[in-house]
Write a protein that binds this ligand. Structure first.
Ligand code: NDP
Length: 244
């Protein structure tokens, strides 16, 4: 299956590290003009060093006004990947209000905001588009110490479906990918302990965590015209975890 993004403009959030960074690089390799959004300038510097065509945008997506200021005049975007998220693990009884607010601001509110900005442009141009939200298996399955993270991803799945419903008439498709653990910086935070990792991999029929590339490939599929009739799905990339 050949996928090309030649002539397309893409925006990827959380593109400094992990899944977002890999997605930005692959989209650029497949011909898209990529805008990479993240909050650490050093990550953007190294990204542009790796791929000179990438347009860097440095902003903390938890800050609504700052996000509005940098993305308001972003211009044409055909493909959006809402990937940025934070995951601070706390037992339910110790969850703090600041952690709750920070997580919902980045993992849900910023997705809504960036998507509004981009979708307004897509609607005005009448050219349609594709949006992929990076969710998690944690949206649909309770994980210890993940009360806030699970809640944000559950909210994100429902946001994905409502966006699909309301933006569909403008030929804007909205889907999510829902990976199991991936050993990025975020993944290492939760799953570095081999004992804990085993409790998870033993519940995954394929018996292993996902690789960054597994998630990127599913994102590419949902962005591409190969999934033209797919709208409002939450696509597990979890080796079967959610099926059991
Ligand atoms: P990483 O922590 O490796 O990368 C996250 C990126 O998002 C970083 O570049 C980070 O920047 C950026 N980011 C975080 N907060 C903000 C913010 N407020 N403003 C701008 N940028 C921000 O995470 P992953 O690549 O592992 O995760 C990517 C997505 O995949 C997330 O949505 C995550 O929930 C999801 N996911 C991850 C899994 C895993 O096990 N890794 C499993 C399932 C889903 P900085 O480093 O500067 O904070």
């Amino acid at each position: 299956m050949e996928i090309s993004f030649a002539g397309k403009a893409a925006l990827v959030t959380g593109a400094g590290k992990g899944i977002g960074r890999a997605t930005a690089l692959v989209l650029a390799r497949y011909g898209a003009r990529v805008t990479a959004v993240t909050r650490t300038q050093a990550d953007l510097d190294s990204l542009v060093q790796e791929c000179a065509s990438i347009i860097p945008v440095c902003v903390d997506l938890a800050d609504w006004a700052a996000t509005e200021a940098v993305l308001r005049d972003i211009g044409r975007i055909d493909l959006l990947v809402n990937n940025a998220a934070c995951a601070k693990l706390q037992p339910f009884l110790e969850v703090t209000p600041d952690q709750f607010d920070q997580s919902f601001n980045v993992n849900v509110k910023a997705v809504l905001h960036v998507s509004q900005i981009v979708a307004h442009g897509m609607k005005a141009r009448g050219s349609g588009g594709s949006i992929v939200n990076v969710s998690s298996q944690a949206s649909q399955c309770a994980l210890r110490d993940h009360a806030v993270y699970c809640s944000t991803k559950g909210a994100l799945d429902m946001l994905t479906k409502v966006m699909a419903l309301e933006l569909g008439p403008y030929q804007i498709r909205v889907n999510s990918v829902n990976p199991t653990a991936v050993m990025t910086e975020m993944g290492r935070l939760g799953w570095s302990d081999p004992e804990k990792a085993r409790t998870m991999t033993s519940r995954i029929p394929l018996g292993r965590f996902a690789e960054v590339e597994d998630v990127v490939n599913s994102i590419l599929f949902l962005l591409s015209d190969k999934s033209n009739m797919t709208n409002g799905v939450t696509l597990p990339v979890d080796g079967g975890f959610l099926a059991c």
